[in-house]
Design a protein. Sequence first.
Length: 217
Amino acid sequence: MPKPDSVSALTELGRVRLSEYFFMREMLYSEVANFHGMSNMPEDPDLAIGVGKRLCEDILEPLHRAFGHVTVRSAFRSAAVNGFCNARYVESGGADTGYYCSDNTYGAARHIWDRRDDAGYMGGTVSVVIPWYLPRFERTGDPRPLAWWIKDNIPAYGEMIFFPWLCAFNIRWYEGPSDKAIILDDGQDEERLSDRTMANFDQDHSALYDGFPRRPG
């Protein structure tokens, strides 16, 4: 599929069904692009679609089966949008201005779905909110139970980063090797909850998410 060059072509890209419940259209939304009147279309739609299918089938669909609705907050970013956003972030000195993008080298095979990383692997990151978990998070402010549940029940994840706003989190599908890091970012500091090198990685965490749904089939 070529890069869309018309409204009808972009409409067709948006109609691509990535999995049972997810379509490409919702993956293309960007506050930065909308606010600044920029295009957020992939240069390589076929690669972006291929990544999106794996991300949705292997990660988002299991989350949907377990928790119901999954709200997509941010998904695909074009290299142009991501680079623009990162430049604003750097200029602000990391201030909380809404521009949270890393540079394009780091973003490749993460939010920039249509670029492979330097090792030649494809991957994709999506930022989501799980409404099912929000009442508990609003009471406790603790994302750990959800993080441990996903770690134990969604084996396809490559990495996760949790944020304090609505317990939104980035979750990545990646075809290359990964340390499967789980990071908690409270807006000021980061805590590495777990990764393959840590003793807690292979422990039984089920007691930490009592009352959660069973593993999705």
